[in-house]
Design a protein around this ligand. Structure first.
Ligand SMILES: [Zn+2]
Length: 421
């Protein structure tokens, strides 16, 4: 397992760094961050203050050569067992349950190394996600903190039925499918209410659930204290779900201004996954069928407009990729490229960083557990060069990852050099 930054009974103080805490307006220089032996943030503040606290308590002091510290990223649309049509879907179907969980575990380790310390899983198969979440919590396997929906839900033949979605029909059927995910340990519910890119017999704007089916999912999940997010394309189906109490929209390929105004008013979040309609190379690499590539790229311009409508209306936006968070994309990762696209579409760099940290944590109801570096938060920390709240491409310089006070990645060997002052 990984090296702890702290030693038994002894905390660590990271100094010679700038800090952006997940909520502040920008990064602040000449700061220090103390990590308690239990892996949480003890305090953060001006370096002189942090050093005097560190001396009093005998912390290990680690100098970081001016690096910027931010909270670990939260990626809100992830499938660790992504099974797109073609070879991925075939491999997924052929895998035994044991093979499936090992596949997820391998991906989870890579996700964490890419600086994504928390994920929201929105569709996995055979509850391998639940087994993995438990193993990560126990410290048996390296991976991000997991919030998961279990299987996605869809209607018979609906979006995702060949991959991670379970089929149901009618209000009773959807109530049961929702309860089955909760019984298995789902933290949230994901429902596919329209067609999408990856379904052969549908179009992006095919409505797939009736109002009573959507209402059944939403009211059952809410009764059990779970939020609901919907895979959704067209404005019509999304408006109906929003009025029924939906909590979040995935993709939203065809949002318009009126719908975005309503989402903002009701506090419904939007997870654009903007890369999915502009990632031709990833689709070529994964061998998906030609019709799917064409449909994805054709959706691109309208998808981009949707994001711009959401930005203009002030919809709460959260970051998610749909692509595996760590896959290479334009010489960085899909996660960083997604964040760059969000900035290119008109979000400030600060808003993009918030969407990938504290706003995501707020949606998850995680409090200050993740997404911030405030006292009591889990010490999930990234190291980079420069201030990402002025330019998100600064994330390309990521060179260190700490999770709960343990060193995950230390490209420059800065984190293992601590001494006691
Ligand atoms: Zn997805």
């Amino acid at each position: 397992m990984r090296n702890a930054l702290t030693r038994p009974g002894q905390g660590a103080a990271l100094v010679d760094c700038a800090i952006w805490d997940g909520r502040a307006e920008s990064a602040v220089g000449d700061q220090g961050l103390r990590v308690a032996p239990d892996g949480t943030v003890r305090s953060a503040g001006p370096v002189e203050e942090i050093l005097s606290q560190a001396r009093a308590d005998g912390d290990v002091v680690v100098e970081l050569s001016g690096a910027t510290l931010t909270p670990g990223l939260v990626n809100m649309h992830v499938h660790l067992g992504l099974a797109l049509p073609g070879p991925m879907e075939e491999a997924n179907k052929a895998a035994t349950d044991a093979e499936q969980v090992l596949l997820l575990a391998g991906n989870a380790r890579e996700v964490l190394r890419a600086g994504v310390t928390t994920v929201r899983l929105v569709g996995e198969s055979r509850f391998a996600d639940m087994a993995l979440r438990a193993a990560i919590r126990r410290g048996q396997v390296d991976g991000p903190t997991i919030y998961t929906a279990g299987h996605a839900l869809c209607c018979t033949g609906g979006h995702g039925h060949g991959a991670d979605a379970v089929e149901a029909d009618g209000a009773d059927g959807f109530r049961r499918a929702t309860r089955e995910q909760i019984r298995a340990g789902a933290d949230l519910i994901k429902v596919c209410i329209s067609g999408g890119i990856a379904g052969e017999h549908e179009q992006i704007d095919t409505p797939q659930l009736t109002d009573d089916e959507m209402a059944a999912v939403i009211s059952t999940a809410h009764d059990w204290g779970r939020k609901v997010t919907a895979h959704a394309g067209p404005a019509g189906a999304i408006s109906r779900a929003v009025e029924l109490g939906l909590d979040c929209v995935e993709h939203g390929y065809q949002l318009d201004a009126a719908l975005c105004a309503r989402m903002a008013e009701r506090g419904v979040a939007y997870c654009p996954t903007i890369t999915v309609s502009r990632c031709e190379q990833f689709f070529l690499d994964t061998g998906v069928p030609r019709w799917m590539i064409e449909r994805a790229l054709a959706a691109g311009p309208r998808h981009w407009e949707s994001l711009q409508h959401a930005i203009a209306a002030g919809v709460p936006i959260i970051m998610g990729t749909d692509l595996p968070p760590q896959v290479p994309y334009d010489e960085t990762t899909a996660t960083v490229r997604e964040m760059e696209f969000m900035a290119e579409a008109g979000m400030t760099a600060h808003a993009v960083m918030v969407s990938a940290t504290s706003a995501a944590a707020d949606w998850l109801g995680a409090g200050d557990d993740c997404g911030t570096l405030r006292p009591g938060a889990r010490a999930d920390v990234l190291l980079m060069e420069g201030d990402p709240t002025t330019d998100v491409s600064v994330l390309r310089s990521l060179h260190g990852v700490i999770q709960g006070g343990r060193i995950v990645r230390d490209d420059r060997g800065l984190l293992r050099t601590g001494g006691v002052v």
